[in-house]
Ligand binder design. Structure first.
Ligand SMILES: [Zn+2]
Length: 487
């Protein structure tokens, strides 16, 4: 049995761990490293699609491996055809730093995900933009065919080139096999629904890969069940995330509910709030605050789409889009015709993507006029990219901005943060009210978990401080980043 680490080493995120046992080879996550990407790329300097995976490989974002990458890209680069070299990719959750590079995988590699991860990835694919966004599907590029009408060629693109990837959407707790491996996925609590830890039986004992997890959200019991199951096993190797191994304490989701709720109950004007877009636990927290304070939480059409996916799963952990304390915001873009009765509806619709149009006609869809006139009734979701909506809403005196995201930890985030401050100052909103709960377990929790599970070996990933785990366990292997590829 062999483990190779192509990401997630001495950094938070970018997990790409290759597990090889007998003839079976699986990747645990296939994520993007934000820090490596930030070394070379920015918003307007991006890897080129026309150079396919080479731009990613040359800049150290993707390892040089055979039998892993998309055939359409390799062919276009003039590379010979390859055999599939990977049995499956097991995704812990749908955060970019664990899953974004699924885009670059061959279309015949099965992707293993939870139902909730499927719902999130479907939302990302259907409502997102960008060049490298294939997740559940594979949309072949660089393909041409003769025109039906006669002379010349046409590019094959869009739906014509789209195929569904082979997906294994598993049930938690149910054992299945991949080649010589036996796998049991367990749900864990994280700042994104559908997070999964994998118990994998290999020829050299059981491996537990935790993905990202915590013990202080609405699904804490799931993490506890995973630990209990692991205690029953003889764990040879525990691959554990350690984002917060250097932190002793922090807020719980209930703390956010209580303190933000208390603050918001004192606000007389509009409350604008920013939280991570797909953190449905946080969305639930602010929905509960809206209920308690008699406000309505105003969300985006992307939220509506995401909540619908979860309702379709029968998951009633999160509010339905018909909930009386939810509204959806018709933002102004394109010609900015939201709320303009002097234009025909078919013209107004053209400001919106096809998937958005059905939300325009809901009873609980509102535009800036309604928010501007009744500011004290709303808890308005306003992320960084929506700050310009404040120009239409014109928050009245006594309004506040609640910031429920992590503190800035790099230069780019500091610049963005300064811009947010300028907007708040512009509208007299004062200092942002900061309250957040992390998606990750802290030191005492990590320590207790390791002591309970008693693995023979501990491998910390997804942390800048792997060496701190030596205080927790006497057989810690700090992984080395594999930069060479297979050879
Ligand atoms: Zn995560």
């Amino acid at each position: 049995m062999k483990l190779s680490f192509y990401g997630g080493v001495n950094e938070i995120g970018g997990n790409k761990i290759l597990l090889e046992d007998d003839d079976t080879r699986v990747f645990l996550d296939f994520g993007m490293s934000f820090s490596q990407s930030g070394k070379f790329f920015s918003e307007f300097l991006q890897p080129r699609k026309c150079n396919c995976i080479l731009d990613f490989q040359v800049t150290g974002l993707l390892p040089k491996l055979e039998g892993v990458y998309r055939q359409d890209y390799l062919e276009y680069l003039g590379y010979p055809e390859e055999e599939r070299g990977i049995n499956a990719v097991l995704i812990s959750h749908a955060h970019m730093d664990h899953s974004a590079y699924i885009h670059h995988l061959r279309k015949d590699i099965p992707i293993h995900i939870s139902h909730a991860s499927h719902a999130i990835m479907k939302t990302l694919e259907d409502t997102g933009s960008g060049t490298f966004k294939d997740l559940l599907h594979h949309t072949a590029t660089f393909r041409i065919r003769p025109k039906k009408s006669g002379a010349g060629y046409t590019k094959i693109k869009g739906e014509d080139a789209k195929t569904r990837r082979p997906l294994k959407v598993f049930k938690y707790g149910r054992k299945y096999s991949i080649g010589s491996l036996e796998v049991v996925p367990y749900e864990v609590d994280h700042s994104l629904p559908g997070a999964t830890a994998y118990l994998i039986h290999t020829s050299e004992g059981a491996i537990l890969y935790t993905g990202d997890f915590r013990f202080h959200g609405y699904k804490t019991e799931a993490t506890e069940r995973m630990v209990e199951a692991a205690i029953e096993e003889d764990i040879a190797v525990l691959i554990i995330e350690g984002t917060r191994v250097d932190e002793k304490a922090g807020n719980t989701e209930e703390d956010v509910l209580e303190t933000a709720g208390k603050f918001i109950s004192t606000v007389s004007g509009l409350v604008a709030v920013n939280f991570p877009a797909r953190d449905l636990a946080r969305l639930k927290t602010f929905h509960r605050i809206a209920q308690k304070t008699g406000r309505k939480l105003v969300l985006s059409f992307k939220h509506a789409y995401l909540l619908e996916q979860f309702s379709a799963l029968g998951d009633n952990m999160y509010p339905s889009i018909d909930d009386p304390h939810l509204c959806f915001y018709e933002d102004r873009k394109g010609w900015g015709l939201a709320g303009r009765d002097d234009y025909p509806q078919n013209i107004v619709e053209q400001d919106y993507y096809t998937w958005e149009r059905k939300y325009l006609y809901r009873d609980n869809t509102i535009n800036f006029r309604e928010v501007r006139e009744n500011q004290e009734q709303y808890l308005f979701y306003c992320n960084y990219f929506q700050l310009n909506e404040l120009i239409d809403i014109m928050p009245k005196p006594g309004s506040h901005y609640v910031r429920s995201v992590c503190e800035p930890f790099n230069e780019e985030m500091l610049f963005d943060d300064r811009r947010v401050r300028n907007w708040l100052e512009l509208f007299g909103l004062g200092e942002a009210y900061q309250i957040h709960a992390s998606g990750h377990a802290n030191y005492p929790e990590l320590r207790k978990m390791v002591e309970d599970i008693k693995p023979k070996k501990l491998i910390p990933v997804h942390t800048e401080h792997p060496e701190l785990f030596k205080q927790i366990h006497d057989n810690v292997e700090c992984p080395k980043l594999n930069t060479k590829g297979t050879d």
